[in-house]
Design a protein around this ligand. Structure first.
Ligand code: SF4
Ligand code: SF4
Length: 194
């Protein structure tokens, strides 16, 4: 019918004209973020990282660069690598998370920040020192152990013991390991049979 489309259009205009605005005045106001939000940046735990470079091999864009050295300590137990370089070129990252999925030791996690804008492309490269210095607020994405215990990365940090899928005393050579803590953790993980 002639004019019917126009009337429909006006109806939409009128409905939205009377609706209360729902614009969020960022950055003064912020919307709540889900713990599984995959943000810019990464959270990395050096205590868990073996330097195996699985994350770098799985990255489809080849933007993770890892250089290790044979002086990471624990020589009597076979040695471990020091991580000398761990660069992630955020400028090319698509936040697919494949590197996080590939990490066998839960050392690399997606981050929760999204406000890391820079003026120069080279400043978008995350270095090993950046990773070391950053707050430990990992995304719960692909980390069901964090989701299960309702970890909230916007309210708290998580240390390396907390972010693994296995009880942390499976890493007896780590510097923070203490026998009393082992006992406490074993009783907390009642379902563990080791
Ligand atoms: S999130 Fe994807 S693109 Fe980015 S570093 Fe990891 S694997 Fe590469
Ligand atoms: S972050 Fe994980 S996958 Fe990458 S080098 Fe370290 S242990 Fe290996």
């Amino acid at each position: 019918m002639l004019g019917f489309g126009m009337a429909k259009g006006f109806r939409v205009t009128l409905r939205n004209f009377l609706r209360k605005p729902f614009t969020t005045q960022y950055p003064e106001e912020r919307l709540p973020q889900h713990p599984r939000f995959r943000g810019q940046e990464f959270t990395w735990y050096e205590e868990r990282c073996t330097g195996c470079a699985s994350c770098a091999k799985y990255c489809p864009l080849g933007i993770i660069r890892i250089v290790t050295g044979p002086d990471g300590g624990n020589e009597q137990e076979g040695g471990s690598y020091s991580i000398d370089v761990f660069d992630i070129d955020q400028a090319r990252c698509m936040y697919c998370g494949l590197c996080v999925e590939a990490c066998p030791y839960d050392a690399l996690h997606m981050g929760t920040n999204f406000e890391a804008a820079q003026e120069r492309r080279e400043d978008l490269v995350i270095t090993v020192d950046d990773l070391r210095a950053r707050e430990k607020r990992p995304s719960a994405w692909f980390r069901p152990q964090l989701a299960k215990e309702q970890f909230d990365p916007y309210a708290e940090n998580a240390d390396w013991k907390r972010v693994g899928r296995e009880p942390y005393f499976w890493h007896p050579n780590r510097p923070e390991w203490q026998p009393e803590e082992q006992a406490q953790q074993a009783s907390a993980d009642g379902d563990y049979e080791g």
